[in-house]
Design a binder for this molecule. Structure first.
Ligand SMILES: [Ca+2]
Length: 414
């Protein structure tokens, strides 16, 4: 039986089928918002069971890693590096008993539980279909390069794995993806992309690549732009569900997420990210097509667009859509939601679309789209509590009892 107590803020509430009760706009707004973003926290304690979809890792061959040492030798043990080669090449790693078995088609590399793999260099580029069944283990590049590199022919699924310690002068400190990358129940933390022009401290979704995150965390990564994640203009979609992007930082823009392609934030949290100095988009910088639904962008820091910066040029047709989401309580000098045009022209703003039922903070004066949306509130603050473990797969922002999400009497439009 589904009840609100079985759901999580920003997490499972969107999956609870509750019809709005009552007929006033305010009540419908509150009902929609509660089942979407997480207002249930207003009324209940955390700790309910979590409704998660178990990841499916059905692959042709299982390659079991038996040593944490980063060596490639016919020594009777199967290292992670050897397993990657065995999966790519469909050959065993050596003649001795105990070496990695040969891959066969789409392979699953099985890591021992809760083990740290300290790398001596970036792992071999993924050129075929590979899954890593991490068993809560950690792959640490130890600052010798990025952790993982997925070619356009490659497909990499990562489950229950922490990716850390990556560093590159280019893009993608943790993961550089030109193929297909899927993360479930995993963490990408403390990776570094190039300080001069590197994009995607945690993950870089390059042209041709597609990216899917579910129940995952991207935290404490740094880059020139897109501290947590960047997705390039011609990349495939980046879909981020029930995940948290937090504590990442960028020099120029997009502390948490830089989207130059197509991205969707669904039931997710972007929190505590920052851009330095006069940077834009402490939480999110969007130059492409971005949909934010049932999500929270809060507690991010940036001078302009502390929560969300929308670039109105030069990409024709770039859109930003907000629906049933919170963009409040970001630390800014100007506005939490701002517009910018890097062609040097003034922002031309019909660029934010709304699906309604948003709770928003300060918005730059040029953005007037919400005048046509009577279901969204603007100039709101003190809407969410600090990022915390509220019982979901990842940390989330609980809703303050004083927030309009908990009180239908609060109603203020821009
Ligand atoms: Ca070996």
């Amino acid at each position: 039986m589904q009840t609100l107590s079985q759901t999580t803020p920003d997490g499972g509430i969107g999956r609870v089928a509750r019809r709005p009760v009552g007929d006033s706009m305010a009540r419908r707004w509150a009902a929609t918002w509660r089942r979407s973003v997480g207002a249930a926290v207003c009324a209940l304690a955390t700790g309910g069971s979590i409704l998660l979809t178990a990841p499916s890792l059905a692959h042709a061959a299982a390659i079991t890693v038996t040593t944490a040492d980063d060596v490639a030798a016919d020594d009777g043990a199967c290292s992670l590096r050897e397993a990657m080669i065995a999966a790519n090449s469909d050959t065993s790693s050596g003649a001795s008993a105990g070496e990695c078995v040969a891959g066969s088609g789409a392979d699953t590399i099985v890591l021992p539980a809760a083990t740290t793999f300290l790398l001596t260099s970036t792992l071999p580029q993924v050129i075929t279909a590979v899954a890593i069944d991490g068993n809560d283990s950690t792959i640490d590049a130890d600052r010798t390069g990025r952790v993982l590199d997925v070619a356009s022919t490659g497909s990499l699924t990562i489950d229950a794995t922490t990716i850390t310690g990556g560093e590159t002068t280019g893009h993608g400190g943790g993961i550089l993806n030109a193929g297909v990358v899927t993360l479930t129940g995993s963490t990408v933390i403390d990776n570094i992309a190039g300080a001069d022009s590197g994009r995607g401290g945690g993950i870089r979704n390059s042209d041709g690549g597609s990216l899917s995150l579910a129940d995952s965390v991207v935290a404490d990564n740094t880059a020139w732009a897109g501290g947590g994640i960047s997705t390039q203009a011609l990349a495939g979609p980046a879909t981020i569900e029930r995940s948290t992007i937090s504590g990442n930082s960028a020099t120029i823009g997009g502390g948490g997420l830089l989207n130059e392609g197509t991205a969707a934030l669904v039931n997710s949290t972007v929190s505590g990210n920052s851009v330095a100095g006069f940077g834009w988009g402490g939480g999110v910088f969007n130059s492409g097509d971005l949909t934010v639904s049932f999500s929270t962008i809060s507690h991010n820091t940036g001078e302009n667009g502390g929560g969300l910066m929308v670039n109105t040029g030069p990409i024709a047709g770039a859109t930003t859509r907000l629906e049933s989401s919170i963009v409040t309580d970001n630390v800014v000098i100007t506005s939490e939601i701002s517009a910018y045009n890097d062609t040097g022209m003034p922002p031309v703003f019909d660029g934010i679309e709304t699906g309604g039922f948003n709770v928003l903070g300060s918005i730059e004066d040029t953005i007037t789209v919400y005048d046509d949306d009577p279901t969204s509130l603007v100039d709101q603050s003190d809407v969410v509590e600090p990022l915390a473990d509220n019982g979901g797969a990842t940390e989330t922002h609980a809703i303050t009892t004083a927030s309009p999400a908990c009180s239908t009497s609060e109603w203020r439009r821009k």
